[in-house]
Design a protein around this ligand. Structure first.
Ligand code: DLL
Length: 434
């Protein structure tokens, strides 16, 4: 029997959801117009006034917001509530350019945690569960978000944060954790470590809630098999609150977007044109319940497909596919578009692990791509000759997936650095030369 955290909301009729969205959009828009000079100016520059938007159907009239806007308005420019009403900030890792800082009132924190609670219940969580949260705590939203959601469901919460794998495994077995929350790459690393230490039989896990980075279906199957669990995807971004913008249910065929809090659109990333559901495009979100930091028409750069097909779990919220990579993660190699996830699919279908790294370089004017992937224990005992044969096989499979030649190097076990948070899959040396 399907369980829900907030059944009336999660299974509301499409008409009811639309009614909430219309009402909340107008309220949020007025709030932003009254309190946020930056966005008001953007609207005026586009020739739109607050009264021009009367329902969700008019959303297209509003200007987009991008990460560049957030950087330009850093730190307070996009706030819509006085600082004295805020109780929290969270921030992105800021690897590229200035950090993005998001603000929360207590009500914003509560709504965010409720979204995470929905995800935990959808993954089978109840108050009898022990939830091990090994997303980073602190400025990153993963730890605090799932921690708060787990409290709301009433689970016993282990606030582990990331890293210290020995201690993770000790608590996982001693305290009999049943639900694991971390990045998929860290889940794969924990699974690997459990096998190495001969502790695989001592765990009581039944489910994992994994997100914050792109991962393929092949990687899901691998983790599910190794840990003997069901692995659920969860999506979100700091700018919109954090994890829990959308989450997977037992059908595991896409993530339900919490449409009572967010309106989603997909657009053509080149032209900005709104696309019909079912067409692959960039996700754009409008938050309609937040007080401190509501973003209208925020462009995520994440590429996905929306589906309104009926879901067997009874939830009526629209579903998004796994993001197929960010438009800015896409590598252009010799003019060909390459997503790291395509490479992951090939490697895993060929029986290799998710311990891989992609190195892109440029010699003169020619791009090159090398895929380093670790040996599996079976390969370790093979001869050099048979390893070369395997490398050629993978090169051929990559050629037919990507249409270009990629050098494949099967490297020693453990030579690729394990990730405790978001994995670094690509080293693009071309950027080093400007
Ligand atoms: O990664 C929030 C989060 C924490 C989500 C824990 C899920 C679990 P940021 O650090 O701001 O926030 O990064 C947001 O990460 O735009 C996507 O590109 C990517 N991302 C997040 N979840 C997924 C996912 C958190 N399930 C950026 N699949 C987003 C693929 C994801 N990519």
């Amino acid at each position: 029997m399907t369980r829900y955290y907030q059944k009336e909301i999660e299974t509301a009729s499409p008409e009811q959801i639309r009614e909430w969205q219309n009402e909340r959009l107008l309220k949020t828009l007025q709030h932003v117009w009254d309190n946020n000079k930056y966005y008001r100016k953007k609207m005026i520059d586009r020739g739109v006034l607050v009264g021009d938007v009367r329902s969700v159907d008019d959303l297209w009239k509003l200007p987009f917001l991008t990460k560049d806007d957030l950087r330009e308005a850093y730190p307070y420019g996009l706030m819509s509530a006085p600082l004295s009403d805020c109780v929290r900030i969270q921030s992105t890792s800021g690897t590229t350019g200035k950090r993005v800082v998001a603000f929360y009132t207590q009500a914003d924190v509560d709504l965010w945690e409720e979204c995470c609670a929905r995800a935990i219940v959808a993954a089978g969580g109840t108050k009898d569960d022990v939830v091990q949260v090994c997303y980073g705590y602190g400025l990153f939203t993963g730890g605090p978000g799932l921690n708060g959601g787990s409290h709301k469901v009433g689970c016993l919460t282990l606030p582990m944060s990331s890293g210290n794998t020995e201690r993770q495994l000790q608590f996982m077995t001693d305290l009999e954790a049943t639900i694991l929350c971390c990045t998929p790459s860290y889940a794969a690393y924990l699974a690997e470590s459990l096998y190495e230490k001969g502790m695989r039989d001592q765990i009581k896990l039944k489910a994992g809630i994994f997100g914050a980075e792109a991962w393929t279906e092949e990687m899901r199957h691998d983790i599910e098999e190794k840990l003997g669990i069901k692995a659920y995807d969860i999506y979100g971004l700091t700018e919109l609150s954090g994890p829990g913008v959308s989450f997977e249910c037992e059908e595991q065929s896409g993530m339900h977007i919490n449409e009572d809090h967010f309106i989603v659109e997909t657009i053509d990333p080149e032209t900005g044109r709104v696309l019909p559901d079912g067409e692959r495009g960039e996700l754009v979100f409008t938050s309609i319940t937040k007080q401190a930091f509501p973003l209208l028409r925020y462009r995520t750069k994440d590429i996905a497909v929306l589906s309104r097909e009926k879901c067997s779990c009874g939830r009526t919220f629209v579903k998004m596919s796994k993001p197929m990579g960010r438009s800015d993660d896409m590598l252009i190699i010799k003019g060909v578009n390459v997503f790291p996830s395509q490479i992951e699919t090939v490697l895993m279908n060929k029986g290799l692990t998710s311990n891989y790294q992609i190195v892109v370089d440029r010699l003169g004017t020619t791009d090159s791509i090398e895929v380093k992937v670790e040996m599996t224990p079976e390969l370790f005992s093979d001869t050099i000759n048979s390893i070369e044969v395997r490398e050629r096989e993978i090169t051929d499979a990559l050629k037919s997936m990507l249409g270009i030649y990629a050098k494949v190097s099967i490297v020693e076990p453990k030579s690729i650095v394990r990730s405790e948070g978001k994995a670094v899959r690509v080293i693009d040396k071309r950027k080093l030369y400007g």
